[in-house]
Write a protein that binds this ligand. Structure first.
Ligand code: 13P
Ligand code: SF4
Length: 358
């Protein structure tokens, strides 16, 4: 922290904040010195099995600068399970699935939240923390599910199915959440649907998650046609091929996968439930049917387990980088703002979920 404060005397790179809420700071030095190596050595220990040593000199100065600046900015860094290992293990304060991140967002005393994940996650944090500054390192970090439906679509569905409650997956915009009755994540979707005490719900926008929920409950599900561009690429045939080539492998899948994929899985659950399953069962060999970085993050903590990684990457999650996070903290960008006309209603839908969970 001292090193960064000392650099304030140096000329600023980039624009200082326009509204004066946060003091300008200079871009920290990104040189890999002996001091940086020593200060970050314990962090490299956490990732040494998944990040080659030759890459660490490039990452370490960013890691040190981000960790220093978090203190200067009184910022907390929330990272989704799909973030890359250097983010997940070396700069994040809180990691987890969408539900854990939403819950943690209600608990923080930090003034600033930096969301290392996609836009709907940052928007959810902002809804739950209207008075805090919520930053996302790259505004373009979207989601094919969130992009598949608008608030106007939900209003049309309500006209078509009068009186049927609407459950919105957290992977939606605030505009869509505002038109729904309650939000859910893949971790609590069945519980949320059943909590409504009705025999029919509209569940959107993920058609595959909707099908999986329908298979777990007697409540009739009316679905939308959205899909996750990462999970819908997996096929049942591909998993059968892996099983043939890797006898004894355990296959665990995210419920955003199509039904033929889930039919091949030994376990289905949210990303946090998948991580917990691996930690509890400690299979010799496992295939996580989800975004590829998650396997690297778990592998770093479980070197005794062999992870087979069909590397389906989420291009939106991968927009978040160490360089982008550092820019966020130096320049206090990009700030998430939710239209006040929709924020209150969207917040109610998220809070109903969070309150039900706790
Ligand atoms: P969870 O982490 O809530 O399971 O969600 C997965 C996902 O696709 C987030 O983008
Ligand atoms: Fe959206 Fe799929 Fe990427 Fe998750 S993995 S952010 S659901 S596109």
């Amino acid at each position: 922290m001292t090193a960064i404060l000392e650099t304030l005397e140096k000329p600023l790179i980039g624009l200082p904040l326009q509204d004066g809420r946060f003091a300008p700071v200079a871009m920290p030095s990104l040189e890999y010195t002996d001091a940086v190596a020593a200060e970050t050595a314990h962090l490299y220990e956490r990732v040494k099995t998944v990040i080659p040593a030759i890459e660490w000199p490039v990452m370490a100065p960013y890691v040190k600068a981000i960790n220093d600046l978090k203190k200067v900015r009184n910022a907390v860094l929330l990272a989704h399970n799909y973030q890359t290992p250097e983010i997940y293990h070396c700069v994040a304060d809180i990691v987890g699935d969408s539900l854990q991140l939403a819950n943690e967002a209600t608990n923080t005393d930090a003034e600033v939240i930096v969301q290392c994940g996609v836009h709907f996650m940052a928007e959810t944090s902002k809804l739950l923390n209207p008075d805090k500054v919520v930053l996302i390192p790259d505004m373009r970090a979207g989601c094919s599910l969130a992009a598949s439906i608008s608030g106007a679509d939900v209003r049309l569905l309500r006209e078509r199915y009068p009186g049927v409650p609407v459950v919105t997956y957290v992977n939606t915009s605030a505009d869509v959440k505002a038109e729904g009755d309650i939000c859910c994540t893949s971790s609590n979707a069945v519980e949320i649907v059943e909590s409504l005490g009705v025999d029919k719900v509209i569940f959107l926008p993920d058609q595959y998650l909707a099908k999986w929920v329908a298979s777990q409950t007697n409540v009739k599900i009316i679905a939308w046609t959205g899909a996750c561009e990462v999970h819908e690429r997996f096929t049942g045939e591909e998993l059968r091929t892996y099983r043939e080539a890797q006898p004894g492998i355990q296959v665990i899948a995210h419920p955003e996968c199509p039904p033929d994929v889930l039919a091949e899985a030994d376990f289905t659950g949210s990303t946090a439930k998948m991580v917990n399953w691996v930690k509890k069962h400690r299979p010799a060999k496992v295939l996580l049917v989800t975004e590829c970085s998650m396997a690297s993050n778990v592998a770093a903590e479980a070197p005794d387990i062999e992870f087979i990684q069909p590397c389906n990457l989420c291009p939106h999650m991968k927009r978040i980088t160490l360089a982008g996070i550092l820019d966020s903290l130096v320049f206090m960008k990009e700030e998430i703002v939710v239209d006040p006309l929709i924020a209150d209603r969207a917040r109610q839908a998220v809070e109903r979920m969070v309150n039900l969970k706790s």
